[in-house]
Design a protein around this ligand. Structure first.
Ligand SMILES: Cc1cc2nc3c(=O)[nH]c(=O)nc-3n(C[C@H](O)[C@H](O)[C@H](O)COP(=O)(O)OP(=O)(O)OC[C@H]3O[C@@H](n4cnc5c(N)ncnc54)[C@H](O)[C@@H]3O)c2cc1C
Length: 365
């Protein structure tokens, strides 16, 4: 179970019995065009299509996800851990979002997460514990029980039982398929940066713009925050859940995927540079991985890559409403695109249904 008791009920929105049911029809069925098929656009498509709207998604890249920041994500659903550096609203809405994830998308791995620190960095562990909730402090024996391969490597850890993660590409593909099954159509290889005349020809009742950094010209407050990560395969190490190793300078986590693959991430750099990972970042991340467990020294490096997180100045995502509700921007997900995508989709959906007029994530301009 991911969210604390009382937070796992999901409202299906006005007029619907449940998003789980086939195409429940709202009072008015709209023609909705979504720009961008990253994690935010996919979730918008899924909820609108499940509610019986006509949904068309226009995505610039020919191959699904190849230009999306989302493909690089660690895809941890970690509202408690994120509270270390995120605003309270991210944690609170993260619980609700986690419940929607669990209800609608298969493949969520609900094994919690673990936070550890080296002997010299125990103050980091205390600081992390102070800034977060939803954890239990455990000793060496419990660490060994949860993660046998980490036995005897750490004396203490924080165990966040109610967190989850997923295998990023598998989950994105699954949401794409679910949205198509619900009736959404996807046009890959089409550019939505078109004139207002051309947009008018789309014949959309509502445009939901989820282009990430591609929408920058229309969202001047948007900036990019670079994140680099490494995908490795190890046959000697078996982790069951994301493990964060705290360090005063380097953010670090290892997220287990399938077939021995582990995602190692991620840098957090105020830069929109999309060029490949630097040697410095690779050394930092791989050094941290080796400190977590020397078996990483024998791992194969499968991929080193860099993505840029679309972010607003306060690092809180928003649904921005323009043109009397005919043009919505959903953007600025920063480090929380996977965590909050279902919540952003629900806010947009309920706004269009007329059941929500104010919400912490809704901004009317
Ligand atoms: C290394 C790294 C690790 C991360 N880890 C996590 C994590 O553990 N948990 C979490 O919640 N978040 C995480 N994030 C953050 C998350 O990935 C982002 O918040 C999220 O990807 C933003 O999604 P998006 O859909 O807004 O943007 P994108 O994924 O960039 O999608 C935008 C889409 O719009 C398309 N597009 C752009 N311009 C046009 C156009 N003119 N016409 C049509 N289409 C267009 C693009 O091709 C793209 O497919 C991480 C990010 C990085 C980089």
């Amino acid at each position: 179970m991911l969210s604390p008791p009382g937070l796992d009920m999901v409202s299906p929105g006005a007029g619907c019995v449940s998003w789980k049911k086939e195409a429940c029809v709202l009072r008015s069925n709209r023609n909705i065009v979504i720009f961008g098929a990253g994690i935010l656009g996919l979730w918008q498509a899924l909820l609108f299509a499940r509610s019986g709207h006509q949904v068309r998604v226009i995505e610039k890249s020919r191959r699904p996800f190849s230009d999306a920041a989302s493909q690089y994500a660690g895809a941890m659903i970690a509202p408690f851990c994120e509270a270390e550096s995120a605003e309270a609203v991210v944690r609170e809405l993260g619980f609700e979002a986690a419940a929607i994830w669990r209800q609608l998308v298969p493949g969520l791995i609900e094994n919690g997460s673990l936070v550890v620190a080296g002997a010299r960095d125990q103050n980091e562990l205390k600081r992390f514990a102070r800034l977060t909730e939803g954890h239990e402090t455990i000793g060496a024996a419990s660490i060994a029980e949860l993660e046998p391969d980490l036995a005897d490597r750490f004396h203490a850890a924080l165990y966040f039982e109610h967190e989850a993660h997923m295998i990023t590409p598998t989950t994105m593909q699954a949401i794409l398929q679910l949205a198509m099954d619900a009736g959404a159509s996807f046009d890959f290889g089409e550019d939505a940066s078109v004139s207002s005349v051309a947009r008018a020809k789309l014949n959309a009742d509502i445009i939901v713009d989820c282009r990430g950094l591609g929408a920058r010209e229309e969202l001047p407050d948007l900036r990019g925050v670079r994140g680099e990560r490494i995908l490795v395969r190890t046959r000697e190490l078996n982790l069951s859940r994301p493990v964060r190793l705290l360090h005063p300078r380097y953010p670090f986590y290892a997220v287990p995927w399938d077939n021995g693959r582990v995602l190692i991430g991620a840098t957090l750099i105020e830069s929109e540079d999309t060029t490949p990972m630097t040697v410095r970042s690779a050394l930092e991340l791989l050094g941290m991985a080796y400190a977590l467990h020397p078996a990483f020294g024998e791992a194969e490096i499968l991929e080193m890559s860099a993505g840029v997180r679309p972010s607003f100045s306060d690092n809180i995502p928003r649904v921005i409403v323009r043109d009397n509700g005919r043009h919505l921007f959903v953007n600025g997900a920063y480090r929380h695109g996977f965590l909050l995508a279902p919540m952003l989709a629900r806010v947009t959906h309920d706004f269009v249904a007329g059941t929500v007029q104010t919400h912490p994530l809704l901004l009317k301009q």
